[in-house]
Write a protein that binds this ligand. Structure first.
Ligand SMILES: [Zn+2]
Length: 419
């Protein structure tokens, strides 16, 4: 059963029964009126505790059903999402200058990104509402993820992506059978167009910032982290959880999941959160550093998944860092590109630019004195490297062209610089 009790506006504090509102607080509007899902944690403890979860054989995000806002389990699509691997990465720790480092490979989800956790939740809520169609705007991963999950759930999808979305992600959309609008503009413009279309045609809106249920899917990554660390390092938990930041929904979900597991007694203390942005698009960092409100900016970075100049979930994103006593940092595109082969060669994990930005951010945070060299970090690697081959090839170097002639191989081997 679920212990979900309703929704509360993060801006004005008004509470709503789930049947009263679909997306945002009507009193505050969709810019400010972001809603938080509420649960009866006291009653939940008998069903969600270390002993019951240890005996739970479900190896997917649905092992946490009592902590999710779902009443009818029969609507859950069959694709396996979540319970992704967590790797101890000592060579990465050495490279980044920290005592210990773990990498959670979210590229192992069904459509190869973290966003599957949100899309799985989105299609269930759309089916609950008996929606005729589901829609979202996305820089790429949320779109390909929604396409995959709507195909699995049997509900049509219409998706708006900016023209710059990487080809591999667009290919996923089309293969899964979504209707795709390639918006000749920015992600922010695609988002506004999607919002208008959802309102006009009555489609179910999967946009994470205004849909309070999506972040509930995203938080499951933290529920898993906590359980996995109970096995890997009993009695301790990393000092920092690191994630790249675009709209603010992912980092907000990560923080909510950690707080819930702390409240339920799984971890003795909460970690700090490091939010990593790109130098060319860092509205969260600017607002946090200057202690001011959101000032939308341009989005100049090759890390398309975090190229968000106008974050739609500013409040939850800021809350994750301020409440945890954490920090925001930004990294250059060159640092992001450098982190792709670093993570691949030192941990065997191939990530897309936004996926590896967290690793680049740790290095920057250590150099700035934000993270101490004796501290430990867990990096959430949010998307697989095959999502953006152009960036990977830029980062990886060239092949050695030879004729089918052993003499040429011999010559190349003898002169090659060892990698
Ligand atoms: Zn409100």
């Amino acid at each position: 059963m679920t212990y979900f009790t309703g929704l509360r506006c993060v801006h004005c504090g008004r509470e709503y029964h789930a049947d009263e509102v679909d997306y945002f607080c009507p009193a505050c509007g969709y810019h400010d009126g972001i809603l938080d899902a509420l649960y009866d944690y006291d009653s939940m403890r008998k069903e969600i505790n270390p002993a019951t979860l240890a005996g739970n054989g479900n190896r997917s995000m649905w092992r946490y059903l009592p902590l999710l806002p779902i009443a009818d389990q029969t609507l859950i699509p069959h694709l396996q999402v979540g319970w992704t691997p967590l790797y101890d990465a000592p060579k990465v720790a050495g490279e980044l200058g920290v005592a210990r480092c773990w990498v959670k490979d979210e590229g192992r989800n069904p459509t190869a990104s973290f966003k599957d956790r949100a899309s799985a939740m989105g299609v269930v809520k759309a089916l609950e509402k008996k929606a005729s169609r589901i829609t979202c705007a996305s820089t790429g991963n949320a779109a390909s993820s929604l396409a995959g999950f709507s195909a699995a759930a049997g509900i049509p999808a219409t998706i708006f992506v900016p023209a710059r979305a990487p080809e591999a992600k667009v290919a996923q959309l089309l293969i899964y059978g979504a209707q795709v609008f390639s918006v000749q503009g920015t992600y922010d413009e695609a988002w506004e167009l999607c919002m208008a279309a959802a309102a006009e045609f009555g489609w179910y809106n999967r946009n994470c910032a205004i849909n309070p249920y999506l972040i509930e899917g995203k938080k499951t990554v933290s529920l898993e982290l906590v359980e996995q660390f109970r096995t890997l390092t009993p009695g301790s938990f990393p000092d920092w959880i690191v994630v790249s930041v675009g709209d603010g929904c992912t980092i907000g979900g990560v923080w909510k999941g950690l707080k819930e597991m702390h409240l339920l007694g799984f971890i003795p203390r909460l970690p700090r959160i490091l939010g990593v942005q790109a130098d060319g698009c860092k509205p969260f960092l600017t607002a946090w550093r200057d202690n001011c409100g959101l000032a939308p900016c341009d989005a100049n970075t090759l890390a398309d998944s975090i190229a968000v100049g106008h974050p739609r979930n500013f409040s939850k994103g800021m809350r994750a860092v301020t409440e945890s006593g954490g920090a925001f940092v930004s990294v250059s595109d060159e640092e992001i590109l450098g982190a792709i082969p670093m993570l691949a060669r030192k941990a065997g994990v191939f990530g897309e630019p936004a996926g590896v930005a967290g690793a680049a951010g740790v290095k920057r945070a250590v150099e700035s004195g934000i993270i101490g060299r004796s501290e430990t970090v867990a990096i959430i690697m949010t998307g697989n490297g095959l999502k953006d081959i152009q960036s990977a090839i830029r980062a990886a170097g060239n092949t050695i062209a030879v004729q089918p002639d052993m003499e040429e191989v011999r010559k190349a081997v003898n002169t090659a610089v060892t990698v």
